[in-house]
Each structure stands twice: as structure tokens, then as C-alpha cells.
Design a protein around this ligand. Structure first.
Ligand code: DC
Length: 226
């Protein structure tokens, strides 16, 4: 398999392990890795900081179109996203930013700006991209597409463990509620809703460890890529 220009798409809901799986694939094949949700989180963060109405398509579009994007390749193949020359790091991980990203990413005009940028990155190839619409909209011709799923309960349990490992407070019921409402928003929007493309390989990770998922995806990538 020629891998230098290979394009791999990974889609699925929040908290399903797309980033860990994507990074493992990128390292294996010497590709870059982009978590496309980071770009929507940057938009959500900037919309919050600009104090625009998150539901107002025109206002959010003005914010989106004025963002200057830069991508820096890190040692582990990850593409670090900079907005207006700034790396936002952990400030993108709050529930408030996640919610703002989920709301603003449903607005077609703002979304189109980010979609265009991501399509250009996909066209260059040599990258694993993870998100919600990679296999359906950003890179419909990607030779290798995965769609990861897991029950909302399994994902909420994982998130609680992650937060506790970091010594942070975690309320299972609140996290489950937020996961369910984000799934609902991401799947029911009109533009590029969360859904598997017809040719994606579906993997339910509810009862698998991360290591098992990574091994499965690596195995399937060997047998399915041409
Ligand atoms: O993957 P994430 O949780 O960082 O994504 C944040 C939000 O961005 C998510 O609620 C939906 C949106 N998103 C999207 O609409 N399309 C993508 N390709 C990636 C993320």
C-alpha cells in the first residue's frame, strides 16, 4: 500500500476514541493527524469571546471568515491548530466551549468556511482526519473510512474516568446528559449531520478497550486499504 498520500477518515460521536485511534493510525503510516473538531471548538471559543449570539448565523459567519488558520506538525504527527497566531490548548476542552462548538457548527454559512479549509487539507492527502463528516462531506473519496460508535453510557463512563485520572470533579449524570444532547444536536442538524457514509467500516467500541479498538483498526486498515 502506498501510504505517503494516503487519506484516512474517522467519524463518530464525541468520546468514542477517534483521536487515540487516529493518532495510532497516523503514526503507523507516517501521516499527519487532524482532529477537525478542534477547528469548531476554536470557532465556538472565538464566538464566545466576541460575545456574538451563538445562534445568529450572520454574526457567527463574520467571526468564522475572519479567522486566520495555521497548522503546525508536532512530533507525534498531530497537526496543532493555531487561530489568529494563537494556540488555545486546554481552554478548548471546557464543556462551555464544547457546547458553543456544537451550536455554531450547525450554522451552514459558518460551517462552509471551515469545510472549505478542511477539504483543502484532505486534497493534499497524507493525513488522518477525524470528525463527524469526514467520510460523507470532507473526503468522500477517502480509500479508508472508519465510523466508531459506542453507547452514550459507555462514553460517559470513560469521560468520568479520564477526568478522575486528572484529579478533576466528574458527575456521571451531568456528563451523560451533555453527551446525549450533543449527539442529538450533531445528528439532527441539516448540514453535514453525524452519520456513517455507506462505505465506512463500522466498529462498536462499547465493550472494547482502547487498545483492542486500535488493534482492530490497524488490522482492518491492512486488509481494506489498496
Ligand atoms: O470532536 P469534538 O467534540 O472536538 O467536536 C466539537 C464539536 O464540533 C461537535 O459537537 C460537533 C462539531 N464537529 C462537526 O460538526 N464536524 C466535525 N467534522 C467535527 C466536529
Amino acid at each position: 500500500m502506498k501510504t505517503n498520500k494516503l487519506l484516512i477518515a474517522i467519524d463518530g460521536p464525541a468520546g468514542v476514541g477517534k483521536t487515540s485511534v487516529g493518532k495510532a493510525l497516523a503514526l503507523k503510516y507516517g501521516l499527519g493527524f487532524l482532529s477537525t473538531g478542534i477547528m469548531y471548538r476554536c470557532l465556538g471559543w472565538k464566538a464566545l469571546n466576541s460575545k456574538v449570539n451563538l445562534q445568529d448565523e450572520e454574526q457567527v459567519y463574520q467571526v468564522a471568515k475572519n479567522i486566520v488558520w495555521d497548522f503546525e506538525k508536532e512530533e507525534d504527527s498531530n497537526l496543532r491548530v493555531l487561530i489568529d497566531g494563537q494556540y488555545l490548548g486546554d481552554s478548548l476542552l471546557s464543556e462551555e466551549v464544547a457546547r458553543a462548538a456544537s451550536i455554531t457548527s450547525a450554522l451552514p454559512k459558518a460551517r462552509a468556511v471551515i469545510t472549505e479549509k478542511q477539504k483543502a487539507l484532505a486534497l493534499e492527502g497524507g493525513i488522518v482526519m477525524e470528525g463527524r463528516d469526514i467520510g460523507t462531506v470532507i473526503a468522500p473519496k477517502a480509500p479508508l473510512k472508519f465510523y466508531l460508535t459506542a453507547s452514550a453510557e459507555a462514553r460517559a463512563k470513560r469521560r468520568v474516568l479520564q477526568l478522575k485520572e486528572k484529579g478533576q470533579e466528574a458527575n456521571y449524570d451531568e456528563i451523560l446528559k451533555s453527551i446525549i444532547s450533543r449527539d442529538e444536536r450533531d445528528s439532527s442538524r441539516k448540514t453535514a449531520p453525524l452519520k456513517p457514509s455507506e462505505d465506512a467500516i463500522l466498529i462498536d467500541t462499547s465493550f472494547l478497550t482502547l487498545e483492542e479498538v486500535i488493534n482492530k483498526v490497524l488490522e482492518l486498515s491492512r486488509t481494506n486499504a489498496s
